[in-house]
Design a protein around this ligand. Structure first.
Ligand SMILES: Cc1cc2nc3c(=O)[nH]c(=O)nc-3n(C[C@H](O)[C@H](O)[C@H](O)COP(=O)(O)OP(=O)(O)OC[C@H]3O[C@@H](n4cnc5c(N)ncnc54)[C@H](O)[C@@H]3O)c2cc1C
Length: 620
């Protein structure tokens, strides 16, 4: 049997003292026994570990994670590790060919596969969904998911560390009432808050480029409506013993700390869930009875049974694949690949969406720039300053009405033809809700500034894409990745937004005081379109350089079943009695500019809903 040394040491220590009964983390199935678990959670990633933590206070819980436990891996734990440094948690999936300028492009998408999932490798940008965005999710048929209902769950997950006087002087601020102060996930500004000269220059130039329409916000997590820019906080925490910042992954928030030990929680690593096992009742309702698992590298399969509920938390790419392998999905499609349908649910794997990033942008610093004040002298987090301009800020005074017109006249033809939606109303309903969010000033794009050793990255991201793709298996072999097809930029409206974002990046590079930090021909040297470039030229650059937003969502959307929804507002898979989904796949619209802090809210809400079901059962 293998257990992580660090965790084992302090678990042993406290167990001997009789103070703590510990969580078991193992990669050996013989440690698991044969008694059914009350709850089984598929995946040990961002959302999974938060749900497991809450359920295991009073119930037996098994988590099955495909990847390893990397408790001691400094590439993961040190938040200042250079972005993209490989680790045993870093994986890529090759997407289906995506739209490029001259034909299609092959684009890989990165994700995390280890305890903590993608929260163990992400860039820790601490963003939250918006008031307008959560209103759209609620209006899509999800009562109880509006901002006012959802905020307490995000607060429950969080320990927010207000900026210290030095960080405050350098530009960091916050609004106390929207934060939580005793949850598991540490959220802080970096120590020190890097690059004061860059902070000032980026904020001033943003203000100028958007003609004074975007304002300095004390806090990006207040449900902002209206254009803002701000210093950004991250999901990191300061370790007093080590005197350094550490990543607040879900593993380091909900699993490893002493206060989070759960006697009734067993975490099995290095094992893949191939299928959910089910039985079908007299009325046709499906009940999850357990999981079929296999060592990730191949080997003997085994089954584990569940007595209460099964929670699928394998993420946007893999949760729909597991459902499909289990016979839950579009029945005609499943039959076409030789799988006997258990439950006809055409929305499984549809409504898949991701933002796009324009990341191919690094502007060289002029030699006279004070390197430490501009770059922080080495240790940097991605996105020290961020801006969220609205449609009007980005596209001009008619921007909101222009977006409104495009969105309310959208054609569903392409998305229908690629199975990205199951009915044209899915797209027209979502497009109208997106238009509504812009009416109440939802951000159209995000722009963020990151210093590097010799230059500054100014990256832009779409926020609410309308292009819809699919996740579909094409074999019953569970070791083979599903086909992930994001259909990036296949709606005109998404291209309009991407071109507008690119134009603003060009303007930033030539607008003081930010431009004063750069070499004279920074724009041309970076290969970014000139300020006066035509839409065609900018579009060509966008199509040739865009990368995945790495916030894939929607492939098991929470929305009405007739629109292609997969889960109810209680996150229960339609047509099942005890199968829930809690991960990014349930988010139907991309209203989380970055997903993680919102997903902890989803996890807290999911756990509470599940525990309420137990309470109702015992009352009944
Ligand atoms: C490179 C990158 C940068 C990002 N930057 C940010 C950022 O700065 N800020 C932010 O808020 N968000 C960011 N994100 C997004 C965010 O990290 C993800 O949206 C979020 O972590 C997804 O959580 P999840 O619970 O849905 O899935 P995950 O955390 O990905 O967890 C899924 C888990 O399921 C496991 N699994 C999959 N299949 C199986 C199976 N068959 N059996 C058992 N286990 C399985 C996987 O190994 C994985 O551990 C980033 C993501 C990436 C990839």
């Amino acid at each position: 049997m293998w257990k992580s040394v660090n965790v084992l040491h302090y678990i042993l220590f406290f167990t001997l003292l009789g103070l703590v009964r510990s969580t078991v983390i193992t990669n050996d199935t013989s440690d698991l026994g044969t008694t059914p678990f009350e709850y089984i959670i598929v995946g040990g990633g961002t959302t999974a570990l938060a749900v497991a933590n809450r359920l295991a206070v009073n119930h037996s819980v098994l988590v099955v994670e495909r990847g390893p436990d990397l408790v001691n891996d400094e590439v993961i734990n040190d938040p200042f590790t250079k972005f993209g440094t490989p680790s045993p948690c870093h994986f890529q999936i090759d997407l289906a060919p995506q739209m490029g300028f001259n034909g299609s492009r092959m684009i890989p998408m990165t994700y995390g596969s280890c305890l903590g999932g993608s929260s163990s490798i992400n860039t820790m940008i601490g963003s939250r969904p918006t008031f307008a965005g959560m209103s759209a999710i609620e209006a899509l048929g999800n009562p109880g998911w509006g901002w006012n209902d959802f905020l307490p769950y995000m607060q429950k997950s969080e320990t927010f560390h207000p900026p210290n006087p030095t960080q405050h002087a350098e530009g960091a601020d916050f609004i106390a009432v929207v934060h939580g102060f005793d949850g598991p996930v540490g959220v802080s500004f970096a120590q020190p808050l890097i690059a004061p000269t860059l902070q000032n220059a980026a904020k001033n130039t943003t203000n100028t480029v958007f003609e004074g329409e975007v304002a300095l916000s004390p806090d990006m997590g207040d449900g902002f409506s209206g254009g803002h820019y701000s210093s950004y906080y991250h999901h990191i925490h300061f370790n007093e013993t080590l005197q350094m910042d550490r990543r607040s992954s879900s593993a380091w928030s909900y699993l490893y700390p002493q206060a989070q030990q759960r006697e009734r929680l067993t975490v099995l690593t290095g094992h893949r869930v191939n299928n959910v096992l089910t039985s079908t009742g007299a009325g046709g309702n499906v009940t999850a009875t357990g999981v079929l698992i296999e060592p990730t590298g191949g080997g003997t399969t085994s089954t584990f049974n569940v007595s209460r509920e099964l929670v699928l938390s394998a993420g946007t790419i893999y949760s729909p694949a597991i459902l499909q392998r289990s016979g839950i999905g579009n029945a005609t499609f499943l039959q076409s690949i030789g799988i006997k349908p258990v439950l006809d649910l055409p929305g499984v794997g549809a409504n898949f969406q991701d933002q796009i990033l324009l990341t191919n942008v690094s502007f060289s610093l002029t030699p006279s720039a004070n390197i430490t004040n501009v770059t922080g002298g080495g240790e940097v987090l991605l996105a020290v300053v961020v801006a969220h301009p609205t449609a009007t800020d980005t596209l001009g005074s008619n921007g909101t009405s222009a977006m409104d017109k495009m969105l309310r006249n959208i054609s569903a033809e392409h998305a229908l033809s690629t199975n990205g939606i199951v009915t044209s109303e899915t797209l027209t309903t979502q497009a109208a809700l997106i238009a509504d969010t812009y009416q109440i000033d939802h951000p159209l794009i995000e722009i963020f500034y990151t210093p590097g050793p010799t230059g500054i990255n100014v990256w832009a991201q779409s926020v609410l894409p309308l292009s819809r793709g699919t996740i579909r298996i094409n074999t019953t072999d569970p070791s083979v990745d599903p086909i992930a097809d994001a259909q990036y930029l296949t709606t005109e409206v998404d291209m309009v937004v991407a071109i507008a974002a690119a134009r603003r990046v060009s303007s930033i590079a030539v607008t003081p005081p930010f431009s004063d930090l750069l070499i004279e021909n920074a724009l041309a040297e970076a290969g970014v379109p000139q300020v006066g470039a035509t839409d065609e030229e900018v579009g060509q650059w966008v199509l040739s350089t865009y990368t995945p937003g790495t916030h894939p969502i929607g492939s098991n959307s929470m929305m009405p079943r007739e629109l292609g929804g997969v889960v109810s507002p209680e996150l229960l898979v339609y047509g099942t009695t005890n199968l829930r989904i809690a991960d990014a796949s349930v988010i139907p619209l991309s209203v989380f500019p970055h997903t993680t802090l919102g997903l902890y809210g989803v996890a807290e809400k999911a756990a509470e809903t599940i525990l309420q079901a137990v309470a109702a059962e015992s009352e009944g």
